[in-house]
Design a protein around this ligand. Sequence first.
Ligand SMILES: Cc1ncc(COP(=O)(O)O)c(C=O)c1O
Length: 449
Amino acid sequence: MAKKEYIKPFIKKQTTGMMNKFGRSYHKSYRDEIEGVKINAITEKFGSPVFVFSEKEIRKTYRDIYREFSSRYPKIQFSWSYKTNYLDAICGIYKQEGLIAEVVSEFEYEKARNIGYRGDQIIYNGPFKPEKALKIAFEENAIVNLDNFDEIFKAEKVAEKLGKKVDVGIRLNMDTGIYPQWNRFGFNLENKSAYNAVKRIFKSEWLNLKGLHSHIGTFMLEPKAYAVQVKKTIELMRILDKEFNIQLDYLDFGGGFPSRNKLKGTYLPPEIAVPPIKDYVEAISNTLLSELTPDEYPLVYLETGRALIDEAGFLITTVDAVKRLPDGTKSYIIDAGVNFLYTSTWYNYKVEIDRQVQGAFENSVVYGPLCMNIDVVLENVSLPPLNRGTKLILSPMGAYNVTQWMQFIRYRPAVCLIMEDGSLELIRREENLQDVITPEIVPEKLKKK
Ligand SMILES: Cc1ncc(COP(=O)(O)O)c(C=O)c1O
């Protein structure tokens, strides 16, 4: 065998993303489209920033989870958690998919009624239900879950005034092994407050107990907590049957499944840190099936919010300025701030760039456009050098942002929906001055002359 030729060692600079000894990444390192619709086409039409939703993704995510559940347990009904995203177009998709509505305020109740939900297709939760709203909910046979003893008394008073005995559920809180425990909503199981609520409703001339509800938390990273929740709820259901001869119509296990967002403070990416939805579905359905006989199966409601919608939403935002901070940190100012991004408090969003960028990545900070020190959208994010005008695509964005956003200093941006056929629809236009000043009233003396 011939002796190999000696090659002198050398140092060669490797550029990330380029062809090099590590091979070239198969995936594009930039994103110039969402569902085949060009980023530029979206911003040319609706401006920047702009929220973008995918109809295809919304339907697919729901159908997948519904299939997982309904193939294991026969009596399942999902209800759309309005507060997660109550844009009419989004709720309209869920309505078409067969979900009922879950609301926590009279405003949300009205909004659900306004798109055509009947009262009996609405679950009314929340710790504060004004008498007027309860009256409407009872008249329209909504599924009402009561939160506290004062609300039991209030509900009795309303039912008495209506002259009809009404169906109610109660909300429970319990120790599922997850701390801190969510214990401010509903009646506690362990200290017998729930049992006392049942006793009180049992004696009532005006209320029928028909259901048990609990929502054990949000972004729950432990599926086993749901097995505990289901088991404890069934234990109470059996007590109701044995001691009070009350047979329930439904058990409602709330929401709380996590989305594939990256919680601040977690090191691992969501693909590794977040259990698959299937594990949650199994925890619930396996417990139902093992604890109950088929003739006992109650109707089960789920109020899944963020896990259904988060990954179907994006925000396109534009770099407006590039700036070095005095300590050398690279910083950017973008056109969307924390006023539109309530969830930036909890998440490190995924950041994609709309074009190929050359150059070394640097730990950077991305500020919003508000004249407020707290307006930090991305902290310590590794970015290549970006120029003014570069667009960033932030995700997942679908849950809680377009409900918890604030009209602070700036008009709230447009929201659009990429339809299943690839067409682009505006589902909420950008706000304007008239939207903001319409509810305002100026006393005569202060009107400009
Ligand atoms: C009563 C109730 N149901 C459902 C949800 C939806 O929760 P998630 O988005 O975590 O699924 C919430 C949100 O906190 C809630 O309070």
